[in-house]
Design a protein around this ligand. Structure first.
Ligand SMILES: C[S@@+](CC[C@H](N)C(=O)[O-])C[C@H]1O[C@@H](n2cnc3c(N)ncnc32)[C@H](O)[C@@H]1O
Length: 495
């Protein structure tokens, strides 16, 4: 077998796969829904994990070894670049660019290969025996990773090198051909893997075929032809399918545009249609889908809409926040069958997990700091945040009103941001309430948030009705435009 060697390559068996203690990840947030989509597994909760994926995957091995049916990853591609996500400010929704992740490898390509190799070994352990993995890359590194995938998953389990070809942005080069496709390596864990011939994954007929066909009143394609006893006929011959079984070149899925409903402002966001084809082909309803580099959460959103269970992970806390809102708002997003309609169903329950290090994130991203003090140490620029609420109580009913929010490091913030802030509420992106708070796990019983398109944020909650008299702790959580989270608790008496 041909094997790729690079500096510092570990032996597969040296990558520690088992951890003795239970994972350091615990539940930070709970979102409960009445929707029961997983008939066989009522207790199941989808998981959104904030953390470095190598550690996350190691901790998942305790419970999920050989249990994940599909893994799709879209990791950094070793481009040497930096990628942005847009944060939006307050009601007018002005955008500012923030760094989403860096794809820079100071130690060169060897360090990138080590990074992905270790993680792919862990993914194989998590994948079920009839599961599949899709690794999304491009010309920078896909040829190296193909060899690594052969080594880890076995060249006999290679299924496709999918070429996702999209119209290229105008590029200035006239010294080589314009690069306009990504490569998705598809492997299964064994020869006995799931693959569905589902008409919903089909590619549309090409324009040449469509021009040669006719459509009847119901929109079904037909052509005139057929023969009987050697005689040519001109009756209608219907084509039952609306397209062709997909080839490995996918040129029917456009790149995300800023004016589409699914756009989250994440520069490397992938289209939902791409994930729909992959998820429908390689899983059934109720199967478990994972993405350990989940970015803006495209895989998880599509899995949710197709009634699959999901586990997602990202090391960037802002990404996790973006996905939280994308999932909560899923009912308003486009349906996966009829893209013109909205999906119209509430999301299933999910938990957010993480190692609680909120303190470390209690500082604003460098790009938003005034230029003259940008080079100060992050620790010097740390500040605290605070908000106040008014509690409206009416017998056994209470309602919370948010009345202000302060960031003590407002002075560090660049003028570019400050001039866009018209009211305290413009700093706020999300807030939620746990009306019966018992421990560090936050039950988001009521929440309100801004979406990329709907910028209004209600500052008064709905009434919550307590069934029993007694003392309760009400916790309120606020997340600002920088992703900084503040939680405060209030004791109340219900008579
Ligand atoms: C190319 S983006 C994924 C985009 C995603 N497919 C989408 O449609 O939005 C890669 C993501 O991987 C995350 N990431 C990079 N290294 C990671 C690591 N070691 N652990 C967890 N997440 C990581 C980055 O923060 C980034 O959000």
């Amino acid at each position: 077998m041909v094997v790729l060697k690079w500096n510092g390559k570990k032996r597969k068996n040296d990558i520690p796969l088992e951890i003795k203690e239970t994972g350091p990840y615990h539940i930070l947030d709970i979102y409960s829904s009445n929707r029961r989509s997983f008939k066989l597994d009522k207790e199941w909760k989808n998981l959104l994990i904030w953390g470095e994926n190598k550690l996350v995957m190691k901790s998942l091995l305790n419970t999920f070894k050989n249990r994940i049916n599909l893994i799709y990853i879209d990791p950094p591609f070793a481009t040497g670049g930096e990628f942005n996500l847009k944060i939006q400010i307050g009601e007018n929704g002005n955008y500012l660019d923030n760094i989403a992740y860096k794809d820079k490898w100071k130690e060169g390509i060897d360090s990138y290969l080590n990074f992905l190799y270790e993680r792919l070994v862990l993914m194989k352990e998590l994948l079920s025996s009839n599961g599949s993995i899709y690794v999304h890359l491009d010309w920078h590194i896909s040829h190296y990773i193909k060899l690594i995938m052969d080594e880890i998953f076995g060249s006999e389990n290679f299924r496709n090198e999918i070429i996702w070809a999209y119209p290229a942005a105008s590029v200035k080069t006239r010294r080589f051909f314009i690069r306009s496709y990504d490569t998705i390596l598809f492997y299964s864990k064994s020869d006995d893997y799931k693959f569905n011939d589902n008409p919903k994954i089909y590619q549309e007929f090409s324009d040449r075929v469509k021009n040669a066909l006719k459509k009847d009143d119901k929109g079904v394609f037909y052509y005139r032809g057929g023969s009987h006893n050697g005689k040519k006929l001109s009756r209608k011959v219907y084509i039952e399918k609306e397209g062709i079984f997909p080839r490995d070149v996918w040129n029917d899925i456009p790149y995300i545009r800023a004016n589409t409903a699914e756009y989250q402002g994440f520069s490397t966001q992938k289209p939902e249609r791409l994930l729909r084809r992959i998820i429908l082909a390689s899983t059934d309803r109720g199967d478990l889908v994972s993405d350990f580099f989940c970015g803006s959460g495209t895989t998880l959103t599509v899995a949710e809409k197709l009634d699959r269970k999901w586990i997602g992970c990202d090391s960037n806390m802002y990404s996790i926040h973006m996905i939280r809102k994308r999932i909560l708002n899923v009912s308003k997003s486009n349906d996966t069958v009829n893209w013109k309609k909205s999906y119209n169903k509430d999301p299933s329950s999910f938990n957010i997990l993480g190692i609680d290090k909120r303190d470390e994130t209690n500082s604003i991203p460098k790009v938003f700091i005034r230029k003259d003090i940008r080079n100060k140490k992050v620790s010097e620029l740390k500040g605290s945040t605070d908000f106040n609420v008014k509690i409206h109580q009416n017998d056994k009913k209470i309602k919370i009103e948010l009345i202000d929010y302060k960031i003590s490091f407002e002075d560090f913030v660049s003028d570019k941001i400050k001039e866009k802030i018209k009211s305290y509420s413009d700093w706020i992106d999300y807030w939620s309430i746990d009306f019966n708070s018992k421990n560090d796990i936050f039950k988001n019983m009521w929440f309100s948030y801004r979406t990329p398109k709907i910028r209004i944020l209600p500052l008064k909650s709905d009434f919550y009705h307590y069934k029993e008299s007694g003392s309760y702790k009400v916790s309120v959580k606020l997340i600002d435009i920088f992703g900084i989270e503040t939680i405060k608790s209030y004791a109340i008496q219900v008579i």
